[in-house]
Design a protein around this ligand. Structure first.
Ligand SMILES: N[C@@H](CCC(=O)NCCCC(=O)O)C(=O)O
Length: 253
C-alpha cells in the first residue's frame, strides 16, 4: 500500500445481529481494494440523512459498490413489491442512489459489483427482473445453497465481452469465465448505459456509463472474489485503482 493511498468510498449494508444494527461490508471487497487496487477503503454508513453526499464525494478518489444478498426495493424502479423481491435494505438503496448519481456527475471513478451493477442501472432509470432462473430460456445464475463460500463462488460460466468496449480494453479478451451469485438481473437497460458483456442466455453481465468523465463500470459477477488469482478480475481492480489515482492526481492529491 502506498504511503498516501487513494481513498475509495464503499457504501455499507445494514444488518442486525448481536443485538446491534451494523453498517458493514464483506472483507473480500475490502481486501481486493487494498491488495489489488492499492486503495484504502472507507466504509460509508448507510445514514445518508446524516451527512452531505457532495461533501463525502469531495474527499474520496473513487466509489465502489459491493454485492449483497439484499435487493434494490422495486419501488425505486416502478414495480409493485412482492415477496420474490425481498430481502430489502432501504437505507443502502437511498445512499447508493445518491452516491452513484453524484459520482457520475462529478466524474469520480465508479466500480459497481453485482447488487451494485443493478443499483447503477436503477439509479439511471432502468429496471430489474427478479428470479431470472424461472424465466423461459434463462440460466440459473444462483450459487449452490448452503455451501461454503469457496463452493458458492466456484461455479463459472462464460460471458461474451463487447468487442472494442471499455471492458474488452481492460481484460484484453472476447470471452472470460465469471462466477455467478445472483437471482436478479438488469431488465430494461437504463438510457446512458452501454452493454459491455452478456451471458449466453442474454443476461447483461457488464455495463459502462456512456460519456463518463472517468472509469464507470458495472459487473454482475464478483471480480473481488478472485482479484488476487484470476487475470481478468485483477485487471478490473488494477484499472479501477489506476483511474482513481489519475483522478486524485488531476485534483492535486
Ligand atoms: N441480491 C441481488 C444481488 C446479488 C448479489 O449482489 N450477490 C452477492 C452475493 C450475495 C450472497 O452472498 O448471497 C440478486 O440476487 O440478484
Amino acid at each position: 500500500m502506498p504511503a498516501a493511498p487513494i481513498l475509495v468510498a464503499v457504501p455499507a449494508d445494514v444488518r442486525d445481529f448481536d443485538n446491534y444494527r451494523w453498517h458493514a461490508t464483506p472483507d473480500t471487497y475490502l481486501k481486493a481494494l487494498t491488495r489489488v487496487a492499492e486503495a484504502l477503503p472507507i466504509i460509508v454508513p448507510a445514514l445518508s440523512n446524516e451527512f452531505e453526499i457532495a461533501v463525502l464525494l469531495d474527499r474520496v478518489d473513487g466509489l465502489m459498490l459491493t454485492g449483497s444478498a439484499s435487493n434494490v426495493h422495486p419501488d425505486r424502479y416502478g414495480v409493485p413489491p412482492s415477496q420474490a423481491h425481498e430481502p430489502f435494505d432501504p437505507d443502502r438503496d437511498r445512499l447508493t442512489e445518491a452516491l452513484i448519481r453524484g459520482a457520475i456527475g462529478k466524474g469520480v471513478p465508479l466500480l459497481c459489483i453485482c447488487r451494485g451493477h443493478q443499483e447503477l442501472n436503477v439509479a439511471l432509470g432502468g429496471t430489474l427482473a427478479t428470479e431470472i432462473q424461472e424465466i423461459e430460456g434463462r440460466m440459473d445464475h444462483r450459487a449452490m445453497p448452503n455451501k461454503e463460500q469457496r463452493e458458492r463462488f466456484a461455479i463459472r460460466h462464460p460471458v461474451s465481452v463487447t468487442p472494442g468496449g471499455m471492458l474488452a480494453g481492460i481484460v484484453g479478451a472476447h470471452e472470460i469465465e465469471v462466477n455467478s451469485v445472483h437471482r436478479q438481473a438488469i431488465d430494461r437497460l437504463a438510457e446512458g448505459l452501454t452493454v459491455e458483456a452478456t451471458a449466453s442466455d442474454g443476461t447483461i453481465e457488464a455495463v459502462s456509463v456512456e460519456g463518463a468523465r472517468a472509469f464507470a463500470l458495472g459487473v454482475q459477477w464478483h471480480p473481488e472474489y478472485w482479484a488476487e488469482t484470476d487475470a481478468a478480475s485483477a485487471a478490473i481492480f488494477e484499472a479501477f485503482g489506476e483511474a482513481c489515482r489519475d483522478y486524485a492526481a488531476g485534483r492535486g492529491r
